[in-house]
Design a protein around this ligand. Structure first.
Ligand SMILES: [Zn+2]
Length: 293
């Protein structure tokens, strides 16, 4: 079991205090050592000629920018930015777009973390051009970490949407469900968005009851995973069974059922018609941790 989930571990100095330092920012925007990750709607631009693939760190001065780039932080070389693009590809020699799941599965831990960071914040900018209060077009502020409304003065911060994902277990059996849109035979841990005014423990209990009719007892936090599809944060839990019969409870799931430990070990080894999520998903880690316990 890895120590970090895929898409975590960018290990970059985010240099938050520089976001409000206009002189430093002006210098970095003109600095030939400043580089940018480029994110399109189809994924992040990578140098696919290397194995593992690496994100292209394009000289910022070589990019034609539609708006101010987002400061991701500072590394040994200099300032690192993210640039979101729509439609037409930038002219970057050897750079091709790679879908984020593939990038996360193939890149180093650090590069996977960097592309998740860049994708999540450029996704937010792409989908929030207008003020949520008055509808005016907003402007990038704080080096890309807020959007300011010039009309009503509202300041909008990047969204991160919390999702609880939990493996419910009862002795030697664990509860998994499947959505109709998933690949044939795939089962995974139950999951759902945290609602306003709800603790994480309450969200776990509510989602499991809604989706499966099962009541949970103890809820134990395990680990978390940035999930930039488009701006989620997955919060992983183990939860103990407290009562109820497993039955599909809402339209989200096609099936929900218990799997014995031996059955899951066989599935994890690839020996049956069932499949578990790929290793990059926190759901798989939650299952593997339980199997190894
Ligand atoms: Zn406004």
């Amino acid at each position: 079991v890895p120590s970090l989930n895929t898409f975590a571990g960018a290990h970059i100095d985010r240099a938050g205090h520089r976001r409000t330092d206009p002189e430093w920012l002006r210098e970095r925007l003109a600095d030939p050592t400043s580089r940018a990750l480029v994110c399109g709607t189809g994924g992040v631009y990578v140098d696919a000629s290397t194995d593992p693939p690496r994100p292209v760190l394009a000289p910022l001065l070589a990019l034609s920018l539609q708006e101010e780039p987002v400061l991701l932080g500072v590394d040994d070389v200099g300032a690192l930015f993210a640039v979101g693009i729509d439609g037409s590809a930038p002219r970057l020699d050897g750079a091709v777009p790679m879908e984020l799941r593939e990038a996360g599965a193939r890149m180093s831990q650090r590069d996977g973390g960097l592309v998740a960071y860049a994708a999540a914040i450029t996704n937010w900018h792409r989908s929030h051009p207008h003020c949520a209060r008055c509808g005016a077009v907003t402007k990038v502020g704080e080096a890309g970490h807020v959007r300011d409304c010039p009309n009503c003065g509202a300041q909008h911060h990047p969204r991160t949407d919390p999702v609880v994902i939990m493996l419910v277990h009862d002795g030697d059996r664990a509860l998994l469900g499947r959505q109709a849109t998933w690949p044939e035979g795939r089962y995974s841990a139950l999951a759902g968005f945290v609602e306003p005014g709800e603790s994480l423990e309450e969200a776990v209990a509510r989602e499991v009851l809604e989706e499966s009719g099962i009541e949970v007892g103890e809820v134990l936090y395990r680990s978390s995973q940035p999930w930039p599809f488009p701006t989620s944060l997955m919060l992983g839990f183990h939860a103990t069974y407290a009562g109820g019969e497993a039955a599909v409870g809402d339209a989200e799931l096609q099936d929900v059922r218990w799997f014995d430990r031996d059955e899951l070990l066989e599935i994890a080894a690839g020996g049956t018609g069932f499949h578990l999520p790929p290793p990059l998903a926190i759901a798989r880690r939650l299952i593997d941790e339980w199997l190894g316990a």
